[in-house]
Design a protein. Structure first.
Length: 474
């Protein structure tokens, strides 16, 4: 091999190895330049926003409660919920801080790798420039081309010199890009640390607020416990009212079921009667035909032949069914399926509100051992708030509620949603309603200084926990 051929191989070996090394590092740098927030971080921020909105709503309700005459029990319920949400908010902030700490450690490691890779890029590029200065001045390049053995080799050497020059420019741009990536990562790291400091400050502030609220809770609880005898008497009355409410609701539902069953029975009876009438008509026609057949014949060359007349066919007899629950037509069945598919997605029955009393049996917040039962959820809201339908359906019942105000029943196929403690009702029985349509204004209790809606969801004769159906309910 001649000296010029050896030099070409040396050039090519250097350039290919450098392209491979710098290419790998460029890919690495591109992969490290993420800096986007993870899905879980966004979820935590969204949750924190909702919790803060709930706390603001409770603060507004607390202001109304404090302004009333008999506010202590309402204050306690609101404070308990507020403390619960505040504790959840602090836990959420802690989770955010934990994620940011992880991100900071990750970014610190990436910054160190970026610095090392950038330094290697600069060193290799420096060696590349030195090599180019020693071997590729104008005279050497010209001699390199003229030393070719033929025209094709000379052309290839010319292209090589051009590509080598372009590659140097490209690598200079890559170094600038690497510096930009590093700078962005350093800025991201700085933002992470600032965000962490902000969250630490928020956490400290929330802990102080929590301490104040717990002190206020203790004061209210002590005042209520001092009046335990009077409070128990009041609660016993409320308990009886709630029991009467459930009796009223069950009676309305049973009446609705009975009405639907009677309607189904009436339709079945009408079908049976229509069938019996059709059967009698057919029998009459058959007998008339038999009589005519005896008298009516046609004479032909090969004898006589009777021509039968067609007899009208009967529809199939109606099925015999035992009616226990109301039958659903196709539209009602579709509505039931649609309602069931929206579990956890239903809109709230109020514009703004929080669940201040959960579903099922639980202990009273002020009196130990005193159990209260709720077949739905109590949603505390602001004065003047409106009750809204949670889904498309039909208003099938409106009645005076034993606990005050009115209760409204909306049927969604085999499901029922019940809205209790409605003051001014804006719908009537038989109305078709859409999701979020206003049903009435929620009653405001002047003595307790609060407005609350009791929402219940039933499937047939069975109650269900509404919090499992509402969107983002806690």
């Amino acid at each position: 091999m001649n000296r010029s051929g050896y030099k070409v191989n040396k050039h090519l070996l250097f350039i290919f190895s450098l392209v491979f090394y710098l290419g790998c590092n460029t890919v690495l740098l591109a992969q490290k330049n993420t800096g986007n927030k993870t899905v879980s971080q966004k979820e935590l921020e969204s949750k924190k926003k909702r919790l803060n909105e709930d706390i603001n709503e409770l603060n507004a309700q607390l202001s109304q409660t404090k302004a009333s005459k008999k506010s202590k029990l309402g204050q306690l319920v609101t404070l308990n919920k507020k403390i619960s949400i505040r504790e959840e908010l602090i836990t959420t902030i802690n989770s955010e801080i934990g994620q940011i700490n992880t991100q900071i450690r990750k970014n610190e490691q990436e910054v160190e790798i970026l610095k090392q890779n950038l330094e290697k890029l600069k060193q290799e590029y420096g060696r590349m420039l030195q090599f180019a200065q020693r071997n590729h001045d104008a005279y050497t390049n010209l001699m390199f081309i003229f030393a070719a053995q033929n025209f094709n080799q000379a052309y290839l050497r010319l292209k090589y010199i051009q590509q080598y020059s372009e590659f140097r420019k490209k690598q200079a741009a890559e170094i600038i890009n690497a510096q930009t990536v590093l700078l962005n990562k350093l800025n991201e790291l700085k933002e992470n640390r600032h965000e962490k400091n902000v969250l630490l400050g928020n956490e400290e502030e929330e802990k102080k607020n929590l301490t104040v609220e717990k002190q206020e809770q203790e004061v209210v609880l002590t005042e209520l416990q001092q009046k335990e005898k009077d409070l128990k008497a009041e609660l016993e009355k409320k308990k009886r009212d709630v029991e009467q409410l459930q009796i009223t609701i069950r009676k309305l539902i049973e009446a609705e079921i009975k009405r639907k069953a009677e309607e189904s029975a009436r339709i079945a009876k009408e079908k049976a009667e229509a069938y019996a009438k059709a059967k009698a008509e057919r029998e009459k026609k058959r007998k008339e035909k038999e009589k005519k057949d005896k008298q009516k014949t046609v004479t032909k060359e090969n004898g006589t032949k009777t021509i039968p007349e067609p007899i009208e066919e009967l529809p199939p007899p109606p099925k015999k069914e035992t009616i226990d629950m109301p039958e659903l037509n196709e539209a009602a069945e579709a509505l039931s399926a649609d309602f069931a598919n929206n579990r956890g997605k239903l809109p709230w029955p109020v514009g703004k509100g929080v669940i201040c009393e959960a579903y099922g049996e639980h202990e009273h917040p002020a009196i130990k051992g005193f159990m209260i039962m709720n077949n739905g959820v109590e949603i505390c809201t602001s004065k003047g708030a409106q009750a809204r339908a949670v889904f498309d359906g039909e208003v099938t019942g409106i009645a005076v509620s034993p606990t005050g105000g009115s209760l409204i029943i909306v049927r969604h196929g085999e499901y029922l949603s019940i809205y209790n403690n409605v003051g001014e009702v804006t719908v009537k029985t038989g109305d078709k309603v859409k999701a979020k349509q206003v049903l009435g204004t929620i009653l405001f209790n002047e003595d307790e200084g609060k407005a609350s809606l009791n929402l219940q969801i039933w499937k047939g004769k069975k109650t269900m926990d509404p919090s499992g159906w509402l969107f983002n309910a806690r």
